[in-house]
Design a protein around this ligand. Structure first.
Ligand SMILES: [Zn+2]
Length: 467
């Protein structure tokens, strides 16, 4: 099957931009791109890209899809207050909640130009169905490439951790379930639609043993490692108090620095911490809206990039980022860096690279994804930048990053249309949204049945969450 996208501005991220050119797709790969009119390809289906900007599909490298069901709660809380308020609500979730939340969350990602998403799922209450299978099913329906990270927590309150014991699992159960998930779902092939990641939740909810055993498991299976790190100053204090080390030093001690690891957030880094990430090839997922919402701080992204570290973008869960579209995180990243370091801190093109190639590197897929190059997978977004208002911006990459997110003419995953003219083509768009709202209602009801009154615990200001 051949597809030709014609008359389009191409920002390939790797290589020079093309003001008016074409992209030829054969099967699930990019065959060719060039300037000028498209070549004659008998039988090819043609997409007119007039007025559009073609970029690689965006790659989301940190998310918690289930949190679609718990948006808008603990609105003025710090991270630790917010977690303490929400852990008991999340403990009530079941596979139906996760399925509906993932249908809405993944659809929302596709509608902001995302073609590959990771998801960090770390709450597995007993007897609530197969939560990982539920989100994998949703990803297959929506048609995005999916990198589910089998998360875990084993360090509950009784062991000095932050989460209540009711949401943590036993170490042996976690390792068995994680190995099973890799064996059942992980596909290492070039065109893979699904790769599993091993992902204990954080230093304040996972034991040192879980961290080291998880790293050994991931490396034995040849899959990647992910966790939250250095998100807030509270975490810094917790690590110093409990382990006598700051977060990056603690991860180094546990064998958790390396080219197969990426951390979510990495906000509070010292110069020496940045040096360690660079030296070991450890990546990070910058989640600016979530960091802003929770008042966590501003990550040192421009310094990380200048020193050669890899950084991708993440929306983070919808309970802290709310409805932030992935494309909007490019703008948020640019504004945060400039607010902190000045107007040259991050360019529009660097922001686009974070959202594409940076993300692909975090997932270990820079050979297949993240840029428009012959031989890579045909995952791309066509942004309509000729609208009556946006047409006043001559530079389409500037229009995409500096301004509000432009409408999508098309999103292709492996050459397959997922979005056309702003509408999902793989699933019924309104039904996917309604599934997310139903998941929210169901989670609130399940929580109330267990005596957790979400309205009392988390609708009010942070005074309620502080205990
Ligand atoms: Zn997170």
């Amino acid at each position: 099957m051949s597809v030709l996208i014609e008359n389009v501005y191409v920002a390939p991220v790797a290589g020079p931009e093309i003001e008016s050119g074409y992209i030829r797709i054969e099967g699930d790969r990019i065959a060719e791109l060039g300037a000028g009119p498209a070549p004659a390809v008998p039988g090819a289906s043609r997409i007119d890209g007039t007025g559009c900007l073609a970029t690689p599909g965006l790659v989301n490298t940190h998310h918690h899809l289930y949190q679609w069901a718990s948006q808008g709660l603990a609105q003025d809380a710090t991270l630790f207050e917010w977690l303490v308020a929400l852990y008991r609500v999340w403990a009530a979730m079941d596979a139906e909640v996760v399925k509906g939340a993932a249908q809405a969350g993944l659809s929302w990602l596709a509608l902001s130009g995302c073609t590959t998403s990771s998801d960090h799922h770390y709450v597995f209450p007993k007897g609530r169905g197969d939560l990982l299978a539920a989100e994998i099913e949703a990803a297959r329906e929506v048609g995005l490439r999916f990198h589910p990270a089998r998360g875990s927590m084993d360090r509950g309150e009784s062991k000095g951790g932050l989460p209540p014991d009711v949401v943590v699992e036993e170490l042996d159960d976690i390792l068995a379930a994680t190995a099973e998930a890799v064996d059942a779902y992980h596909d290492p092939s070039f065109s893979s639609m699904l790769r599993v990641v091993v992902a204990p939740c954080s230093p304040f909810s996972a034991s040192a043993e879980l961290m080291t055993e998880s790293a050994a498991l991931a490396r034995a299976k040849g899959v990647r490692l992910h966790t939250h790190l250095a998100e807030t100053l509270d975490e810094d204090e917790h690590c110093l108090r409990e382990f006598g080390l700051r977060p990056v030093d603690y991860m180094e001690k546990l064998g958790w620095l390396g080219p197969d690891v990426w951390f979510a957030h990495a906000v509070h880094l010292s110069d020496a911490d940045i040096g360690k990430l660079v030296a070991t090839g450890t990546g990070s997922a910058h989640c600016p809206s979530s960091n802003g919402r929770l008042g966590a701080g501003i990550a040192r992204v421009s310094e990380l990039l200048r020193r050669g570290a890899n950084v991708g973008l993440g929306v983070d869960g919808n309970a802290s980022s709310e409805l932030t579209p992935l494309a909007g995180e490019m703008r948020q990243a640019l504004l945060f860096q400039r607010a902190r370091y000045g107007p040259e801190a991050l360019t529009a093109r660097q922001a686009l690279e974070l959202a594409t190639l940076g993300g692909a590197r975090n997932l270990g897929r820079e050979g297949e994804l993240g840029s428009l190059e012959p031989g890579k997978l045909a995952d791309l977004a066509l942004w309509r930048v000729d609208g009556p208002y946006t047409a006043a911006v001559a530079d389409p990459v500037c229009a995409l990053v500096f301004g509000p997110v432009p409408p999508l003419a098309r999103v292709l995953v492996g050459g397959r249309t997922v979005v056309a003219d702003g509408e999902l083509k793989t699933v019924a768009q309104d039904a996917a949204g309604r599934a997310g709202a139903a998941a929210h209602r169901r989670l609130m009801r399940l929580a109330e049945e267990r005596g957790i009154t979400a309205a009392k615990e988390v609708h009010q200001d942070h005074g309620d969450a502080r205990t």
